[in-house]
Design a protein. Structure first.
Length: 358
C-alpha cells in the first residue's frame, strides 16, 4: 500500500505556473553542508547494488560525481565502504543502522570517517525487517533460497549472468565481513539481521553524534515531533522517508508528511525527501513543499541494471532535464524560487475520487 501511495501522492499536488516571470535557463544547483550539488537530487542508499552490475556501487557513485551530485552508500553494499572510489569531485555519504552491538555502529562510523566520507546517514526505520512479501515469494530471504523456478528464470537472463559471472561467487554484504570468518551472503545476511535492534532510541543518536563529527543525517522520519527532536539534538539534516514502502506498510508517503515536517523544523536544518520520485516535476513539488533536496533509489537501480554507470548517468540526465524544463515552465530561475506559491493541493477531492474507484 505504502509503495503505491509514494508515487500516487505526488499526483495530488498540481503546479501553478507564472510564465511571465521570465526565468531564462534555470540554475538547478543547491548547497548542502557547504558543498554545491548541481541539481536538487542525489542517489540514496540501496543494498546489494553490486548484484545489478559488476562493481555496481562504484559505477553509480561515478555517475553521481560526474553529474555533480552526491551518492549515499548503503550499509548493505557489496563493496566494502573503503572500496568506493573517492575523487576531488565525489561527494560520498555512508548509511548505517543502530546495531545490537553498538560498537559495530561506532566502528562503521569510524571507518567512514577514516575513508573520508562527507556525511553519515542513520536509517531509523529498519529496527526489524519489514514483511516484504514479494522478496519472500522470490526466495530473497535469510538464508536466501533458490527455488527451481527461480533458477530456471535465471538461466533466461543470459546477458546478466555473463556480465556477472566473475562477481557472482563473491557477492556478499562487504561491510559485515570479518577477517578469517566465512563471508558468504547467507552468513552475512544473518549477521546483519541479528544485529538489528528494536530498542534503538534517541540515546543512540546522541552517542553517534559524539563519534561522528561531520554532518549527521537521520533517514526515515515521518512525524513532525521526531523532526523537532532531531533539530534539538544537533542532528544536521533529516530525510523524510518510509524506506520506499519496504518497512511499515500503511505508513504515510514522504510527500504527504513533508509539509508538516518542514513547518516543524522551520528552517533549522535541511529537510530531504525520498520515495516515489519518478519525474523531475516530482522533485519540483517536493522542493516547493519544503525539501532542500531529494533522493532516488529505484530509478537509479533501473539505470544501473540496464547499462551500469552510463545507465545511472542517463537517469540523472533525464531528471536534470525534466527539473529544468518544469522550472522554466513554472517561471522559476533558481531552486529557491520553488515555494508553496507554485503548488496547489487537491488532497481532499482526490481522496474521495480514488476511494470511489478503488
Ligand atoms: C532494493 C532497495 C534496497 C534498499 N536498501 C536500503 C538500505 O540499504 N538502506 C536504507 O536506508 N534504505 C534502503 N532502501 C530504501 C531507499 O534508500 C529509499 O528510502 C527508498 O527506496 C526511496 O524510494 P524510491 O525507491 O521510490 O526512490 C532500499 C530500497 C530499495 C528499493
Amino acid at each position: 500500500m505504502t509503495l503505491r501511495r509514494n508515487e500516487r501522492d505526488f499526483r495530488r499536488y498540481s503546479l501553478l505556473p507564472r510564465p511571465l516571470n521570465g526565468p531564462g535557463t534555470p540554475d538547478l544547483s543547491v548547497q548542502l553542508f557547504g558543498r554545491r550539488l548541481s541539481l536538487p537530487l542525489m542517489i540514496g542508499p540501496t543494498g546489494l547494488a553490486g548484484l545489478m552490475w559488476p562493481g555496481g556501487e562504484a559505477a553509480a557513485a561515478r555517475a553521481a560525481a560526474a553529474a555533480g551530485t552526491a551518492y549515499c552508500l548503503s550499509h548493505g553494499s557489496v563493496c566494502r565502504l573503503e572500496d568506493l572510489p573517492a575523487s576531488a569531485s565525489s561527494n560520498r555519504w555512508m548509511q548505517v543502522f543502530v546495531y545490537r552491538d553498538r560498537s559495530f555502529t561506532a566502528e562503521l562510523a569510524t571507518r567512514a570517517a577514516a575513508a573520508g566520507y562527507d556525511a553519515l546517514v542513520l536509517t531509523t526505520d529498519n529496527q526489524v525487517l519489514g514483511n516484504r512479501e514479494r522478496d519472500i515469494r522470490n526466495g530473497f530471504s535469510i538464508p536466501p533460497k533458490f527455488p527451481l523456478r527461480d533458477m530456471l528464470v535465471m538461466t533466461t537472463k543470459i546477458t546478466w549472468l555473463m556480465r556477472m559471472r566473475s562477481d557472482l561467487p563473491r557477492i556478499t554484504f562487504g561491510n559485515y565481513v570479518r577477517e578469517g570468518e566465512p563471508m558468504d551472503i547467507g552468513t552475512m545476511a544473518k549477521r546483519m539481521a541479528d544485529l538489528l535492534d528494536p530498542t534503538m532510541s534517541w540515546k543512540d543518536v546522541d552517542a553517534l553524534r559524539k563519534v561522528w563529527k561531520g554532518p549527521l543525517i537521520l533517514k526515515g522520519i515521518l512525524h513532525p515531533d521526531e523532526a523537532r527532536e532531531a533539530a534539538k539534538r544537533g542532528v544536521d539534516a533529516i530525510i523524510v522517508s518510509n524506506h520506499g514502502g519496504r518497512q511499515l506498510d500503511g505508513a504515510a508517503s514522504g510527500i504527504a508528511a513533508l509539509p508538516a515536517i518542514a513547518e516543524a523544523v522551520a528552517g533549522r536544518m535541511p529537510v530531504l525527501l525520498d520515495g516515489g520520485i519518478r519525474r523531475g516535476s516530482d522533485v519540483v513539488k517536493a522542493i516547493a513543499l519544503g525539501a532542500a533536496c531529494c533522493l532516488i533509489a529505484r530509478p537509479q537501480l533501473w539505470g544501473l541494471a540496464i547499462a551500469g554507470e552510463q545507465g545511472v548517468a542517463h537517469v540523472l540526465d533525464i531528471f536534470a532535464k525534466e527539473i529544468a524544463r518544469s522550472m522554466t515552465l513554472i517561471g522559476a530561475s533558481r531552486v529557491s524560487d520553488l515555494t508553496r506559491g507554485v503548488i496547489s493541493s487537491n488532497f481532499g477531492n482526490q481522496t474521495r475520487l480514488e476511494e470511489t474507484h478503488a
